[in-house]
Write a protein that binds this ligand. Structure first.
Ligand code: THU
Length: 133
């Protein structure tokens, strides 16, 4: 298990903003995702001239992890580049809930101020695979 504190995970998220590709919104988002086995995956938002093609930092970090065989997540720190605390968009909430509805979400601002939320409390009644049966 990784013994990184929440504050350190938030710091990692802020640091990963340096790779954000966000020439359109100029809003950088950095993410640090902690897996059950202690591995940490980072991610940034990646925008595109065709705006809807852009990706949020949360889905980038999670996709990096999943595509390398990691699907057990404990905590995700999300930091935006403004003074307002960054909370995940609806699409990312649904994306993350697929893998862990009990995920702890640390929503942070650029100064490292953060609030902890449980994914299931910020996305109640999410669509689930059991509905497909
Ligand atoms: N964005 C994220 O990467 N994550 C969030 O939680 C909120 C929004 C990105 C998408 C876009 O590149 C920019 O922030 C402005 O919406």
């Amino acid at each position: 298990m990784n013994d990184l504190t929440d504050k350190e995970l938030v710091q990692k998220a802020i640091e990963s903003q340096k790779y954000s590709y966000s020439p359109y919104s100029k809003y950088k988002v950095g993410v640090a995702l902690l897996c059950k086995d202690g591995k940490i995956f980072t991610g940034t938002n990646i925008e595109n001239a065709s705006y809807p093609c852009g990706l949020c930092a949360e889905r980038v970090a999670m996709s990096k992890a999943i595509s390398e065989g990691n699907t057990n997540f404990v905590k995700i720190a999300i930091a935006g580049s403004s003074k307002k605390i960054c909370t995940p968009c609806g699409l990312c909430r649904q994306f993350m809930a697929e893998f862990s509805s009990s995920l702890k979400v640390l929503c942070a601002n650029v100064e490292g101020k953060y609030e902890e939320k449980k994914l299931s409390s910020i996305l109640p009644s999410n669509f689930e695979s059991s509905s497909l049966k």
